[in-house]
Design a protein around this ligand. Structure first.
Ligand SMILES: Nc1ncnc2c1ncn2[C@@H]1O[C@H](COP(=O)(O)OP(=O)(O)O)[C@@H](O)[C@H]1O
Ligand SMILES: [Mg+2]
Length: 332
């Protein structure tokens, strides 16, 4: 029997998202950006899974396909007992059922300036989804809007004001209140603190932790910043160029990274306390194009441990002695 604590809330299997790009007049084959190229992971209920990797590796695209904001190219996503889609078996949740799920699965965006409609009052912004999905009776909407704002550290009277009157951190609190108003179980957090000052970042992260405990939420936490992910998340998935290179318990991945790419990402995190000794590995060159992905291991063009076979063979996924998994020929 599955332990109640370890119940899986979301299962992503072999997810692919390829965007077609305009054909050059002389080329016969249609080219694609392989934004997400065969990604599998699960998220346990009431846990935080961190999805980390350099900009452009496909993190946001994963979030968008899970939420049905962009159609998948391949693979399967299951939320509790609902198959959201299964491309290979031609299964897709009906739009009626998807609408129901839309309130349970929410998103918090990176940019608190672009994600709040400047023409609407804060109250309208927070109440909009509640009204559409009839979360509470009409006569209770105002009360619940106030409650949500207060829970997120905002004064109830801010509902009568407009987004431009607030700072970045306050706007992010409004964005969180809007998501929370839908009574969600699962929230995709797409770099929610990346646009904020460091001092404000930790306040927002603390708020998110409190809300998670209070409402039993589960988060998919997307970030390019390892130092944020390692202290905030239970598990970490490291992505490179549309694929997962390492996955495991957050502390284990941070303190005992196995994949050379994970090691390089961690070595670029500033030292946390004096006396800390860290192996310095610099990432050479820039991330290759997701249109012409390198043969063999996708990371070989930048890897300081590169062997001859890395140019030819794509490494298989392996479970390692520390409980993490990684795709690297070093562990064959
Ligand atoms: N709508 C789109 N059309 C074409 N390419 C896209 C689109 N959205 C994202 N991409 C490409 O997909 C790749 C992954 O993007 P994204 O998921 O935004 O990465 P991340 O969130 O990790 O920075 C990038 O190469 C990006 O240019
Ligand atoms: Mg992104």
């Amino acid at each position: 029997m599955i332990n109640e604590k370890d119940k899986i809330i979301l299962e992503v299997s072999s997810l692919k998202k390829h965007y077609p790009i305009r054909k050059k007049s002389f080329s016969k084959t249609k080219q694609h950006v392989k934004s997400v190229d065969g990604v599998s992971f699960t998220i346990k209920e009431n846990k935080i899974l961190g999805l980390v990797g350099e900009s452009g590796c496909g993190k946001s695209t994963i979030g968008k396909t899970i939420l049905g904001l962009t159609p998948p190219t391949g693979g399967k996503v299951v939320y509790r007992d609902d198959v959201i889609f299964d491309v290979e078996n031609n299964i897709k949740l009906s739009s009626n059922e998807m609408t129901k799920l839309r309130s349970e699965i929410q998103i918090i965006f990176q940019d608190p300036y672009a994600s709040l409609d400047p023409r609407k009052s804060v109250g309208q912004i927070v109440a909009e989804g509640m009204k559409k999905h009839k979360i509470v009776p009409k006569n209770e909407i105002e009360q619940k809007t106030k409650e949500m704002l207060e829970l997120c550290g905002m004064d109830a009277t801010s509902m009568f004001r407009y987004p431009h009157e607030f700072s970045g951190g306050q706007r992010q609190r409004i964005g969180i209140a809007r998501a929370l108003a839908m009574n969600p179980s699962f929230i995709v957090c797409d770099e929610p603190t990346a646009a904020l000052d460091v001092s404000i970042q930790s306040q927002i992260l603390n708020l998110m932790l409190d809300l998670k405990e209070q409402f039993g939420l589960t988060y998919l936490f997307i970030s390019h910043n390892f130092s944020v992910v390692k202290s905030f998340c239970d598990e970490i998935v490291v992505m490179y160029l549309g694929q997962i290179v390492e996955q495991g318990d957050a502390k284990e991945v941070y303190h005992n990274p196995k994949h050379p790419y994970t090691k390089a990402l961690i070595s670029s995190v500033p030292i946390q306390h004096p006396g800390e000794v860290k192996e310095r590995i610099t990432l050479e060159g820039s991330i290759p194009s997701a249109v012409d992905v390198p043969n063999g291991c996708r990371f070989h063009t930048r890897c300081s441990y590169k062997m001859e076979r890395c140019e030819r063979e794509n490494p298989k996924w392996k479970l390692l002695d520390n409980g993490s998994g990684a795709a690297c020929h070093l562990y064959d």
